[in-house]
Every structure is written in C-alpha cells, then in structure tokens.
Design a binder for this molecule. Structure first.
Ligand SMILES: Cc1cc2nc3c(=O)[nH]c(=O)nc-3n(C[C@H](O)[C@H](O)[C@H](O)COP(=O)(O)OP(=O)(O)OC[C@H]3O[C@@H](n4cnc5c(N)ncnc54)[C@H](O)[C@@H]3O)c2cc1C
Length: 1065
C-alpha cells in the first residue's frame, strides 16, 4: 500500500490525532481573516431540508419503526410505492390535507406491513421540536456562508401542518430564498422547483451549489448545471462544501464537534460542579463540544451562561506509565511561582481555574481553563497567508520558545521543577522503555536506534524549562497578527535540554503534507511559502539565544522522531486491544515504521557529519618518512618518478610521508580506524555465522536482511564509502576524503571479514565503478548511478571477460558496440561477471569494441548499461571452487541486441582503455589491502588454535614446523603490507600512473602471499581448516582466485619485469 493511502486511512488519522495533535482550543486551518479568499465562482448555496438541515424523515421513520415494532422499511416502501401520485407526494404538493394524508398513507403502510400502523404517532415525532432540530454544524455553515456575502436558499419538499402553517423548522432569516413544495404545488425532482429557486436568487445554475440526501433530486439539479453535493452526513457534507467554497464554515467554536459517543461525559454532574465553581450567575443550559483532536487527553469546549471554558481530562482506560499527566500539567499552570516566572519571561499561558480529581464528577480527573479565542494553525504550511505573514508566525513561535528557555530558574525558584543534567539520556531511556512496553514486533530501525541513541548522546547539555511538546499547533495566535496569545499543553514540561524542544518543533519540516491530520512540509517549497527551513529556524533560535549552533543537531532530530515512533507504537498497541480491524492496525504499525525510518535517516546523517567534519587529509603532515624523491633530482627517461603526476605539487613531494602503522595516522583518521575496529568486534564478527548461513540458505539469491541492517549501522557510524580517495574526490563530495594510505589501514581491517567490505559500502565491483563515475561520469550518469551506489541502495557489475578469448589481454575482447540511430547496440558473450546476479544490481559497466579498425588501445569503449535493458540473458551462475558467492555471484551472460542511448557512453568512444587504467587504479590495490586483512585474520586464528590444540603431548605451537609456519607467515604478511602501503603512498604522492610499478608488484605479490598464509593456516587447523566452520577456506579460495581474477600473476610479473628492465641499472 502506498504511503499516501496508508496515511489517509481513518484509523491512522485517529492514531495520529491522538499522539500528535492531542488537543487544543480553536484549531483551524489557517488565518483566513488575514486574507480572505471568498467563495470563488459560487454565489449561492441551496439546501434541501429533511436529511440536510434537519434529520431525514427516512431515518426518523427507521427509528420509529423499531420502537413501535413495525416491520423495518415499511414507511420507505410506502413512500416509494406510491410514486409521483402517491399520498406522500400529493401531501408535499398540498393536494391533500394532513388528515387525508394520514389516512391514505397509513392504509398503504398497513397493506405493506400487514399490520396496523399508527401513523399519527410517526407524524407527531417527525414534526416534534425534539426531532425536527436543525443540525448545529449546518447552522454554523450557513452563518459563515452569509458572512462571506454568498446567498443561501432552502429548497424543500415539505407539507402543511394541521395548524395551517408549512413545516419549516428553520430560522427563515438565514435564507435569502425559501422554496416550499407545499406552497408552490411542485415537488423536487421537478425541474421547475430548481428554476424557481434560481430565479428568485437571481443566479445561474453554475453559480450555485445544491445539497440533498436523495439521488433523484440531485440528478435533476445536476442536469440543469447546478453543482451538487450528496449529503450522507452533515459533517462530511460541510467539509466538502468548505473545499468547494474555499473558506472555513465552522467558526462558532472553531474545530469543535459534537462530543463523540465514546467520549461523552456526564453533563449533569459537570453542570453542578461548574455552577458551584462559577457561582450563581452561571445559569442556563450547558453547551458541550469536543475539540476535533485529542484522544490522548480529550479536550472539551464548555459554554455555560457567559462563561466559555476548556476542560481537559485524562482518557479512560489503562494508560502507559507516566503518560497523560493532567495533574502535573495543572500544577504547572497553577503554580503561582511558575506563572510569575513565565510571565516575567514573557511567555503567555492559558488561565487555569480548577483541578478536579474527584472521579464522581466525570469519571476521571480533569482541569478547567478559560477559553481563549485565538487561532491555532494546524497546517504548518499556513494556507491562505502571505509569505511575510508565514515568516512572522514562525518567528513568533521561535521567539516564544526562546522565552521559555530563558526563564531564570533560580530567580523563579524552579530549580526543583525537574532533574538537572542528562535530560536527553533519561528521555532516551524513558522512550525506549515506553516503546518496549508497547512493542508488538521487531522494527529494525527502532532496534538500531535503541542501540545508537545511547551511544551518541550530546556531551554537553544546558538545563532550562522545557515545554516537552512544543510545536506550531500548541501555540495560540492572535487572529489578526502574529502575536502569541498562549502556549498550550504543558503536560510534558520539566527541566531539560532546550535543544530537544527546538528539534521537536521542527518535526513537521520533515513530514510529508499527506501525513495524517498533522500535515508536514517536506514536500513544500519553503522559500516560496516564506517559511524558514529547519536549519534557518534553528539558526534563528541560536541567534536569539546568543548561542553557537550545535553540531549534533541531527542527533536531536533522530531522538525526536524516535520518540514520535515510540508514541505511535503505543497508540498502535492500544488500537490492537480496541476495535481496530487487523488491516488498519497493520497500517498504524507502518506509521511507526515510517517515523522510525525518518529517525534513522537522521542518525545516518549524524554519522556522515562526523566523518565529513574530519579535516581534509593531507599527506604532507605525516611524521614517518619514506624514500620520497626530491623534485630537484634530475629525471632520467624511463625512470619511475614520484613527480610526474600533474595533480601532485612539489609541496606534497618534499614533505610526503608514509604511515606504516595505524598509530601514525592523523587523530581523526586514527579515531575512525579505532571506531571501525570496535564496530567490527561488536557487530561484524558476531554476525558472520548468520551471514554465512544465509549464503547457503534457500534465500541466498536475495540480500541478507542482517547485512542490510549492518549497512545501516555502518552508515550511522560514519563508516561508509571511505574507499574513495581524496585525489579522486578532493572536495569530499562523495566520500570521506582519505588518502590511499589511510584507507589501506582501514581496508586491511575490513579485509579480516569477508562480509565487511559490503557492510561499509566498500566492496568490489562497486568501488571501481563508483570511481569510474566520479572521474568520468556525466552529471546525468552520476545522478542515475552514482548516488544510489553511494547510498548502498544499488549494486553494479563490470563486464569485460569473455569465454572465447584470453581476457587477460583486454585487447582480445570481441564484444561489439555498434552505433545505430542515436543508440548503441551491444552484442557479446561475457562470463565471470561478479555481482550480476544480485537483485540489487542496476548497472553493468560494459566493455566492448566500438571500432575494431582503430589503433589497438582505442578500439574499446565502456558503456553504462541498465540491467533491466532487454537482451541481457544470464545463462548461469559460476562457482569458485564450488562457492557461489551469493547473492552477487559470478554470471555467464549473453548480450543480444542490447540497445542503450548514446548518452550512456562513458568518457567517449575508444576511451575504454584509458578508463580501465583509471578504474583499476586505487581499485586495483583494494583487493591487495583485503588480502593483507585475510592473512592477518588467518594468522591470528592459527596462533590461537596452535596454542590450545595438543598433539603428541604438547601444544601445536611447540611443534617446530608450526612455529616455522607462523614465522614465515608473519614475514610474508609484513612484506606484502609494506609493499601495499608503499604503492598507496606513491599513488597519493604522484598518482596511479606513476605508481604503475608498485601496483604491479603488489598485484603480483599479495595474492600468492595470502594464498600461502591461508594454506598454512588451514594446515594448522587440520580437518577443521577446509570446513565452513572457519573463514579460512573462503579466504583461501578467494586468494587463489585473485591470482588471476585481477589479472594473472604472470601478466603482473611480466609488467614488473618490463618496467624493471627499463630502469637505470
Ligand atoms: C572470482 C573471479 C571473479 C571475476 N570477476 C570478474 C568481473 O567481475 N568482471 C570481469 O570482466 N572479469 C572477471 N573475472 C575474470 C578475470 O578478470 C579473468 O579470469 C582474468 O582477466 C584472466 O582472463 P582469462 O580467464 O580469460 O584467462 P586467460 O587470459 O585465458 O589466461 C589464462 C592463463 O594464461 C596464462 N597467461 C595469460 N597471459 C599470460 C602472459 N602474458 N604470460 C604468461 N602467462 C600468461 C596465465 O596463467 C593465465 O591464468 C573474474 C574471475 C574470477 C576467478
């Protein structure tokens, strides 16, 4: 179900109301008094009477039949069966007297029901004052329509009463025209009735709206060109009419409604209580309405004589711990010292009159306050206001929040109003507890947040009065200006961190406009509306408060949404124990999920902030130097130089340094490194058995949910896309901006687990493709492919190798790319295409020949091919020593007449080799870095095993050959590691081209090294070694495969030799 529909369901709207729009005084849709939009094209509204302005005779009849044991539907059948010339219609046209009608119609009813029908009693009921009472909502609407200068009319099929007057229990003054069938001798749906009415109004059909509850009457009106509204119930009809007219129709007490059946309170005992409280002048009927919102703490409007009050009560039933603290809110609002303190700070609050805790009065505790006629803006986009007015509203709201936070605790004697310090930590725990108390199933983002929030608490917090639920619709504004008349709903107020209030007041900025009842702003153009963005709002707050904007704003937003999600979950749980159907219950649950995902997005942003804020890494600040060649040395032709790269400045060269060990990393990168190790220990290694299990389960060709979850965690820790080197992405637009050496240290740690590279979005072949797109992609290609890849939402593959040719020599590639009518048509047979089987794989970077006659290295081109392009046929998954590497796998694929637009060409035709060099730059040594990690883990496992395992009376570690193997492995790892670091360093200093020899050396050295080290480890483990109980077998097969997967050892060897021979002796 799409979110929009999900959010529109009535159950969700109720749920949302209950938590987000708890209560309020005059809530209304916008300050229409500021700007008056009028009724547009409509000039008159015409009302039917029965069923529209007063209860329908049909409904009255149905109730009466039940009470009088008359077969249900008798009256309706009599009415229909009589037709145009039946007694009912004749009576409406005054063709028969009341007496005749009662006789004739009574007889008809008796015939139909086969029983005697006492029609007199029905007629008395129908025309009684008790029943024939105008609907207040309609009366209100008529008042508003007339106040806007529009005309109103009644068009009624009515009759004469026995006293000779026509039956019209309405206030005639409310209508410009009244057309009564009994006076005119014509009934609806006769067109003459409508024409008469329009004529008297002096209006065209198109200028009028007609409301009726009966289809034939509406049909007749519509055929004349009158706009119609079918009335099922008056409330809904008024809302529809409001939409058509474009202005509110319920202004008497804005946003109130008759008290819901389930929310009724005993009027008599309340009235008595109020009369005692207000004194003897308080006489007259008690008018009780309910504010639209508020299942949380139901809120009522009361009018008694000249008094207008607001009553707030606890909801009935079992409540969550510490929720609905009516008494606390009351004592807050009634405390003289608090009132004084707020008044001194300029914070207006409603005037509270009484707290009643006696359950005998209305069943639950409640308190009363004075009704303050003002406006509450329910819709944060403030429809109907000018941009400057909207800005004024938000500024006023921001100011009043500053005032709340500026209350002098000491001077106000409020130091004991709550605990000092650790507010956010306590709040996090409170809401975790609340959530757990109402948890119904595992919601992954909630689980992640429950872990993440306590670990990322703000280090410094101020303590002020906090409102606890500060948002636009808890602020009552003056109807004509942006003046704040009162801040409402202090139920959650306490002492705490003021920034929590600021973040909470920005929630609407991140919610969609379709969010139930409380629309949000995330899909609105704020600058057009004149509404400050959340960031501007926050800066505005800081400016008023004279504080520096906090860095971890995203944490506060994550917490605020987490809290909302926890509250929604509470509502959901309650809905399950109530009457909600399972379908709607499920939808409410999705609302929790939606908000928890929003919370998690902020946690992720916070993670990104942490790593984005690391100072740009500059290799020149290293302390441990290697043999950087000074620029002043004469360059011999053919000699490898660190200064040939254009993007390497002399400054880099003279000061360049190689960081051999993580301890030498700059403090922020060292911190990142340490953090990575902790995350590996805490999350990655423990997850390995389950991840491995997934790879052999029936779901193996779908992504592992656990891995996806770990990816989210990694994002939130800022451990994401750290592979993209600063030289490729100097502005740190896409990655962390690490140097290759810095990443080498991190990559080695990731290499210790087969799953880690993907968890941190640093896995092949995506890393190479990302680099390719960053370097050579057009803006369109970046938008389409790069962003989803960087977000970890999509995966990609690289298609070069072909079964029929020796692909270690890429010039052999035979696949063709031919230009046809503005498209490229691809044909070819590829295999060993890693990742192509992954359902997330959206992009294939395809290498083929565009011009077989061009010079050898200009024949090839690379194309970005969407995986859903017709003609891509996966023939089979290939296995590496029996392993499938699901879900990405390695596929054999046919490309048959695959057609892509010309814009999909990367860099340009014939540039495939150039790209391959770039793509295989840093990306080429990532595998080597991982191989060091594989080897380190294999050696660590070997050491642990050799110490604990006994053979021939002593531990393995004391057996000479095992010792020798350990020593050999350590030396080989160390050699390879230094070579990797050196290659990375040269790339940092002088670029990939200059590092060609170092890259070739490490490509030649690392896979066989890892192969040998893991082989020794397997040997030391005995039969357990090749089993899947340890990662050794997989390390081994990968290391073995990498002896040709990134180009065969021999090819790298040949390259090293060639370059070596070119060097000066
Ligand atoms: C696990 C795995 C994943 C892979 N992923 C991808 C991928 O995602 N995309 C992709 O396009 N390809 C991929 N490949 C394919 C890989 O790139 C090729 O296997 C590699 O380039 C070698 O090509 P080839 O298999 O055609 O071997 P050939 O070119 O046929 O070479 C076979 C053997 O000949 C010898 N040889 C070749 N050249 C020389 C030489 N100059 N001197 C001496 N001996 C030589 C070597 O021993 C070599 O192993 C993958 C392979 C594996 C095993």
């Amino acid at each position: 179900m799409c979110l929009r529909r999900l959010l529109q369901s009535a159950q969700l709207q109720r749920a949302w109301r209950a938590v987000f729009v708890k209560h309020g005084q005059g809530r209304h849709q916008g300050a229409w008094r500021w700007t008056h939009s009028g009724g547009g094209t409509y000039k008159a509204v015409i009302f039917d009477m029965g069923g529209v302005l007063i209860p329908s005779p049909g409904r009255v009849a149905a109730e009466w039949e039940v009470q009088n044991h008359i077969p249900s539907g008798t009256i309706l059948k009599a009415l229909i069966s009589g037709g145009e010339n039946g007694p009912w219609m004749k009576f409406m046209r005054a063709e028969i007297t009341t007496e005749d009608f009662l006789q004739e119609f009574g007889r008809l009813c008796s015939e139909i029901s086969k029983t005697s029908v006492p029609l007199d009693s029905f007629f008395s009921l129908l025309t009684s004052e008790r029943v024939a009472k105008p609907f207040p909502v309609m009366t209100e609407a008529i008042t508003q329509i007339r106040a806007k200068g529009l005309q109103t009319a009644v068009l009624s099929n009515n009759f004469y009463l026995p006293n000779g007057k026509s039956f019209l229990p309405l206030d005639r003054k409310q209508f410009d025209v009244v057309v009564e069938s009994c006076l005119e001798g014509v009934c609806k749906p006769d067109a003459r009735m409508y024409k008469l009415c329009l004529e008297r109004l002096g209006r065209q059909p198109s200028e009028s709206i007609f409301l009726d509850d009966l289809g034939p009457n509406l049909k007749a009106a519509a055929s004349l060109g009158i706009h119609i509204i079918k009335v099922h119930d008056p409330e809904t009809a008024v809302k529809e009419l409001e939409t058509l007219l474009g202005f509110p129709l319920r202004m008497a007490v804005p946003n109130t409604r008759p008290v819901r059946k389930t929310m009724e309170i005993p009027k008599d005992s309340l009235e008595k209580h109020l009369k005692d409280l207000l004194g003897t002048q308080a006489t007259g009927p008690l008018e009780l309405l309910q504010f639209d919102h508020g299942q949380s703490n139901p809120t009522y409007y009361i009018r008694l004589a000249k008094h207008q009050l607001v009553l707030r009560k606890k909801p009935p039933g079992t409540l969550l711990p510490s929720a609905h603290a009516i008494e606390r809110e009351f004592s807050f609002l009634c405390s003289g010292r608090i009132m004084k303190a707020l008044a001194n700070a300029g914070v207006p609050v409603p005037k509270v009159l009484d707290l009643c805790e006696d359950p005998r009065v209305i069943g639950t505790p409640f308190y009363l306050m004075e009704y303050c006629p003002g406006l509450i803006y329910k819709d944060p986009s403030l429809p109907g206001l000018e941009p400057s007015q909207r800005r004024a509203i938000y500024t006023a709201m921001n100011r009043v929040l500053c005032k709340i936070h500026s209350v002098d605790l000491k001077a106000a004697g409020l130091e004991d109003y709550g605990k000092h310090g650790d507010y956010v930590a306590r709040q996090v725990q409170t809401w975790i507890k609340q959530y757990r108390a109402s948890e119904t199933s595992t919601i992954p983002p909630m689980e992640r947040l429950i872990e993440w929030l306590p670990l990322h608490l703000p280090r410094q917090q101020q303590t002020t009065v906090v409102h606890g639920d500060f948002r636009l619709d808890n602020v009552l504004f003056h109807p004509e200006t942006a003046e704040v008349l009162a801040v409402l709903d202090w139920e959650l107020s306490t002492l705490g961190d003021p920034l929590a209030d600021v973040a909470h007041s920005c929630l609407a900025h991140y919610l969609p406009s379709s969010f139930p009842v409380q629309p949000g702003l995330s899909d609105s153009d704020l600058s057009e509306l004149g509404i400050p963005t959340a960031e501007e709002y926050f800066r505005m707050y800081c400016l008023h408060m004279g504080i520096r904007p906090t860095e971890n704003w995203n944490f506060y937003m994550a917490f605020s949404f987490f809290r909302i999600a926890a509250i929604l979950q509470g509502v959901y749980k309650r809905s399950l124990t109530g009457h909600a159907s399972s379908a709607t219950g499920e939808q409410t649950g999705k609302l929790t999920e939606f908000t928890s995902n929003l919370a998690w997005d902020f946690a992720v942003k916070e993670g990104f902030r942490v790593f984005k804020e690391m100072p740009a890494t500059k290799p020149l600040t290293r302390s441990q130097h290697t043999r950087a060649r000074p620029q002043s040395l004469p360059r011999t032709p053919g000699m490898r130089s660190y200064v040939t790269s254009t993007d390497s400045s002399p400054a880099h060269i003279s000061k360049g340094a190689l960081v051999f060990s993580p301890e030498g990393l700059s403090p922020p990168v060292r911190e990142l490194y340490q953090w990575l190790k902790q995350v590996m220990e805490r999350h990655v290694y423990p997850a390995e058995p389950e991840l491995q299990h997934h790879q052999t389960s029936a779901e193996k060709w779908t992504p592992s949910p656990l891995l996806e979850d770990l990816k989210e965690k990694a994002k939130a820790e800022g451990l994401w896309n750290v592979f993209l080197p600063v030289e490729t992405d100097p502005e740190k637009k896409y990655g962390a901006g690490l140097t290759n050496v810095e990443y080498a240290h991190l990559c080695e740690v990731m290499g210790t687990s087969l799953y880690a590279p993907e968890i941190f979005n640093c896995s092949a072949p995506d890393t190479g493709n990302v680099e390719l797109l960053v370097r050579y992609g057009t803006e369109e290609q970046k938008a389409r492919w790069l962003i989803p890849l960087l977000e970890g939402k999509a995966r990609s593959c690289f298609a070069m190798t072909e079964p029929q040719v020796a692909s270690s020599d890429a010039t052999n590639i035979e696949s063709s790319i031919q230009e046809e009518d503005g498209f490229y048509v691809i044909n070819g047979h590829k295999w060993w295409i890693s990742g192509i089987l992954d359902p997330r794989c959206q992009l294939c970077v395809f290498m083929g020949k565009t011009d077989p006659h061009a010079p050898r290295h200009q024949q090839q081109s690379m194309l970005s091919v969407p995986m859903d392009t017709p003609g891509i046929k996966i023939i089979r998954p290939l296995t590496v020593y029996g392993l499938e590497d699901a879900p990405g796998g390695h596929g054999e694929v046919l490309f048959e007449q695959v057609c892509v637009p010309k814009e999909n060409m990367v860099l340009g035709p014939g540039r495939g080799f150039k790209i391959a060099q770039g793509r295989l730059g840093p990306g080429r040594i990532h595998h080597c870095m991982w191989l060091i990690g594989y080897s380190e883990r294999a050696l660590a496992l070997t050491k642990a095993r050799a110490k604990s395992r006994m053979a021939f009376g002593k531990p393995l570690v004391e057996q000479g050959t095992v010792l020798a193997d350990i020593a050999q492995s350590r030396v080989e790892i160390e050699q390879a590691q230094l070579l990797v670091l050196k290659a990375a360093h040269v790339m940092d200093m002088a670029g990939s081209k200059a590092a060609a020899l170092d890259i070739a050396m490490i490509k030649m050295g690392a896979p066989p090294m890892a192969y040998r080290v893991t082989d020794r480890a397997i040997q030391a483990f005995g039969a357990a070694g090749p089993s899947s109980d340890y990662p050794l077998a997989q390390f081994f097969t990968r290391a073995r495969a990498l002896r040709f997967a990134d180009g065969p050892d021999e090819v790298h060897r040949a390259a090293v030799a060639k370059m070596e021979l070119k060097r000066c002796s």
